[in-house]
Write a protein that binds this ligand. Structure first.
Ligand SMILES: Cc1ncc(COP(=O)(O)O)c(C=O)c1O
Length: 409
């Protein structure tokens, strides 16, 4: 019995999604295409196994193979980032952040994170998230003119708030993060520093972005963005005492049985990321973003901070007089997937926004290079100039499909 015969509805929906992923330009900055090896581990029989606890200390029998897999994942992750302790069980980036908080905070404690409309994540203290409901959350923003973090301003707010945790690391920030500066601010007010490197993990692992390991007290990340692994999270630290607290916060604190099939897939991803080929890949991701953002700039698109140092860029659409939501829809009609995103000083709600966020991680995995980036920027410009012209958008979609055919997943 297989999926096709057992459950045709789900089979067909997966096939349709496979086609969508193959035939469109995936430019959501937090997405990527995993290798077949990662996919195989994620879809393996390890999903059958309960393994509450940690290697050598499980609450279930039959964990010999699981222990081996989880230990390999931990050792590879430690090598990849050069950290002393790692927990690979968080089901997601949000769970990793929740466990990191619970390791060092009590409900009602103060946290200081970047505001969501400035590129922060929900779990950095947004009121609609557990992080803003269980803790007293405060925010810092970015300079509305430059789009950059104003470290003096963060220091000023930190001194006023005196938080127990400062959170740094963002969902939509196109420039390097100065972790040492954040450390200075945290030290000044006696706060723990957590660095959430969900977006830039691949860049940090390969040396294209300074690392927060040994600088921040705790480092969290997702494994499915630039790191190109399965959907999941991990937590790292160099502090043995904190490592023990983090382990307890993950299990039994917030999770039960770990997803060992995903942990195996994480281990495969870390092995891949340790290879020289992965460093080459990340170099191409950044190079592709340079070409894409330069071309967009020449086509009169306004880029927040005037460009990008990493895998993502934010386009401010106010000079084009179109909203993020409308541009997202029109691009989708042309086979280009992006997400609407607030820009500095945005007066539109998060459901509309004045910008979009774009990334090159997934396109680069397909093997696309500078020539494709240039053409994609031109196609995006054609979409912006023909927002309501269904025929024109369909023509662009056809060109997108042809381009994608040359770069199979
Ligand atoms: C900076 C950052 N942290 C955490 C997360 C949460 O990850 P997940 O969606 O796996 O919960 C994201 C997701 O976009 C993110 O951008």
């Amino acid at each position: 019995m297989n999926l096709k015969t057992e459950d045709k509805e789900i089979y067909d929906a997966i096939e349709a999604e496979k086609k969508r992923q193959a035939e469109g330009l995936e430019m959501i900055a937090s997405e990527n295409y995993v290798s077949e090896a990662v996919l195989e581990a994620a879809g393996s029989i390890l999903t059958n196994k309960y393994a509450e606890g940690y290697s050598g200390h499980r609450y279930y029998g039959g964990c010999k193979n699981i222990d081996e897999i989880e230990t390999l994942a931990i050792e590879r992750l430690k090598k990849l980032f050069g950290c002393k302790f790692a927990n690979v069980q968080p089901h997601s980036g949000s769970s990793a952040n929740m466990a990191a908080y619970f390791a060092i905070l009590k409900p009602g404690d103060k946290i200081l994170g970047q505001a969501m409309n400035s590129g922060g994540h929900l779990t950095h203290g947004a009121k609609v998230s557990f992080s803003g409901q269980l803790f007293e959350s405060h925010t810092y923003g970015i300079n509305e003119k430059t789009g950059l973090i104003d470290y003096d301003d963060v220091m000023k707010i930190a001194k006023e708030v005196r938080p127990k945790v400062i959170m740094c690391g963002f969902s939509a920030y196109p420039r390097q993060i100065d972790f040492l500066n954040f450390r200075k601010i945290a030290d000044e007010v006696g706060a723990y520093l957590i660095a959430d490197i969900a977006h830039i993990a691949g860049l940090i692992a390969t040396g294209f972005h300074p690392s927060p390991i040994g600088v921040a007290d705790i480092v969290t990340t997702t494994t499915h963005k630039t790191l190109r692994g399965p959907r999941g999270g991990v937590i790292m630290t160099d502090n043995e005492e904190l490592a023990a607290k983090i382990d307890k916060a993950v299990f039994p604190g917030i999770q039960g049985g770990p997803l060992e099939h995903i942990i195996a897939a994480k281990a495969v991803c870390f092995k891949e990321a340790l290879e020289p080929k992965f460093k080459e890949y990340i170099g191409q991701v950044i190079g592709n973003m340079r070409v894409l953002s330069d071309t967009l700039h020449h086509l009169d698109f306004d880029l927040v901070t005037d460009g990008s140092d990493n895998h993502l860029a934010l386009i401010d659409l106010r000079n084009k007089d179109i909203t993020g939501a409308d541009f997202e829809s029109a691009l989708e009609a042309a086979g280009i997937t992006v997400n609407k995103n607030s820009v500095p000083g945005d007066d539109k709600p998060p459901t509309i926004t004045s910008g979009i966020r774009i990334g090159t991680a997934a396109l680069t995995t397909r093997g696309m290079g500078p020539a494709e980036m240039q053409r994609i920027a031109e196609m995006m410009n054609m979409v912006a100039e023909n927002m309501d012209d269904e025929e024109k958008l369909a023509d662009i979609k056809e060109e997108v499909r042809e381009m994608c055919k040359k770069f199979p997943i």
